[in-house]
Each structure stands twice: as structure tokens, then as C-alpha cells.
Design a protein around this ligand. Sequence first.
Ligand code: 5GP
Length: 192
Amino acid sequence: MTKNRGVALIVSGPSGVGKGTLISMLMKEFKNIKFSVSYTTRKPREDEINGVHYFFVSKEEFQKMIEQDKFAEWAQVHGNFYGTPKQEIEQKLRQGVDVIFDIDVQGARQLRGTLSDGEFVFIMPPSMDELEKRLIKRSSDSHLEIEIRLKNAEQEVKQSSFFDYIIVNDDLERAYESLRCIYLASKLKVRS
Ligand code: 5GP
């Protein structure tokens, strides 16, 4: 029996909604899931490690990668560039490794074309007020950045119907249980 292609789980949703936490929880429970490490021109935050959270590159390096067609998708988000490397991801999926993506809505829409067998999940904040509170509490971004992120969040929420699944993150444990179920069901899916 040949090895099944890995599951591509694309998780999207506004900044601060808890995507990162949910993804970490799933990866802790299921060791076969690998994180798709994106490239970004954003400066690293204090606790971020190059090659683990992101590959941090200059605008010039990023531009070069676009020209060399290295990205499965890329987008400008909150004023910085972010992109998913094409070759690494495809290789992992082909080897039967499950891959989880933390990307914005523009990126998810682009990936629909390339990863048509992926599961597209949108994490929804309980409300905009709650999202603002969480972004302030996280305090890793400036006041201006928080404002930009909230404006983008409104646009992202409007596009949530594009996704296969919507999980409202009002209760972390419950939201996690939903994500876990989606992952487990997708493992059982018949893929051609
Ligand atoms: P942050 O700067 O907070 O790490 O991420 C900002 C936004 O960029 C988040 O919504 C995150 O999901 C998104 N993002 C991270 N990596 C990628 C990527 O490779 N492509 C796209 N399109 N968005 C990404």
C-alpha cells in the first residue's frame, strides 16, 4: 500500500484570535503534524526564533524569492510581506507528513488553487471588542499596529464564508476540540 498524502490544514483568522495557541495545542498532541514555516520581512519579536517561527528575511531577499517562483502563496499583511515556501511543503505532503499553515485570508485564497485537497479553517473572534482586548493584552505590538490589525480583522471576518469550517474561539478548550475533530476527520477522508 502506498503512503497516503499528508493532510494540509490551513488555519486562518484575524491576528490575536488565538490561531497560534490552537496550532501549538494540535502539534503537541499529534507529532506527525509539521508547521509550515513562512518567510517574512517583519522584524522578529522577542521570543521568536529564526527557522522555527519564521524565516526572517530582508525585502530584497523576499523579492528575489518571488521572482524565482519560490512561494506557493505570498501576501502583504499589516505592511509586511509573508510567504509560504512551495517546495518544502509539497515535499512534506508527498512524504505523508501532515502540514499546518498559519496564514492570512489572502494567502488562504491563493492556496485553494494549489492545495485543493486542503482543509480551510477560519478562527473567528467572539467579538471585535474581545479581539481588541486580546491584542492589547498580548502587548507585542504598538498602538498603531493594533489599530491596523483590527481594521484588517474586519475585512477578514467578511471573507470567512470562503472557508470550509468556522470555529468561534470564545472558549479555548471548545475551540481546540473542534479543530482536533476537523483534523481527525480529514485523516479519514478518501483522497484520489
Ligand atoms: P504575525 O506578524 O502576527 O506573525 O502575522 C501576521 C499575519 O500574517 C497573521 O494573520 C498570519 O496568519 C499571517 N501570515 C503568517 N505567515 C504567512 C504566510 O506565509 N502567508 C500569508 N499570506 N500570511 C501569513
